[in-house]
Design a protein around this ligand. Sequence first.
Ligand code: HEC
Length: 178
Amino acid sequence: MKNRLAYIIALLLTMTPASALAMPWSWDMFLQPSCRAQKCPAPPTPPGLIPTTGDPFYAKDRAEAAKLKNPFPMTAESIERGRQRYNIFCATCHGDSGVGNGPVGQKYVTPADLTSAYVQSKPDGDIFYTITHGGLAVMPSYRDSVAQDDRWHIVNYIKGFFGRAAEKKPQGAASAAR
Ligand code: HEC
């Protein structure tokens, strides 16, 4: 009988979960200095925050964006930076040569031909707006993946590289290349 009781106690002890042995449970969350809503002064602003207002390239719509000035002159460095970013973010749809024949572009809605007079005649700020907010119909926004400066470099690449390539081609060659 005594042996059996000792056996049961031993059994119960081995079954005790580790969390129960750690009791009393932590009261830290309960005991922390707490404040009711609107009762304490706001904590100081941590350094290094990026303000959400004062965006130098903020435009409320496409028409306003068209007035934005490209802060980067069309240098070889800017075009090269734009080429790299274009190949990463845009070529999947618009194609390496910009005519809209990228692998995703062929399966998805046909993308705009970036070498066309339609796109080439657009102000830099309009194309910047398209990258930031997406196209007129289905093209997604690239605001979260392409940095502001890089958007302007991409604009320089579209105009400086595709634009000049289109100038050399006879009329209609861009669409024939599809
Ligand atoms: C997922 C495919 C896809 C990707 C990636 C994409 N585009 Fe587009 N783009 C489209 C489609 C489709 C259209 C035409 C329909 C529309 O405007 O939404 C278009 C239209 C455009 C236009 C013309 C808009 C107008 O004013 O009519 C420009 C300029 C453009 N894209 C630039 C870019 C640039 C620059 C990138 C890279 C940052 C990019 N696109 C990435 C699919 C894409």
